[in-house]
Design a protein around this ligand. Structure first.
Ligand SMILES: [Zn+2]
Length: 54
């Protein structure tokens, strides 16, 4: 059952770059998926190089 009283941001996110939990900022906007913006950029660049449409 989905808890609709909590926003998606209340759920913990693990950085796929270093495995650390990423603290979320309350309020509108997308969830943060990376501990640093650079980690996300590097991941996207790598995925594109492998042919994934990210
Ligand atoms: Zn990280």
């Amino acid at each position: 059952m989905i808890d609709t009283t909590k926003s998606v941001k209340a759920q913990p996110v693990t950085c796929q770059h270093c495995g650390e939990e990423v603290p979320q900022v309350e309020g509108p906007g997308r969830r943060k998926l990376w501990c640093t913006p650079d980690a996300g950029k590097q991941w996207r660049r790598r995925m594109r190089a492998l042919g994934f449409p990210v």
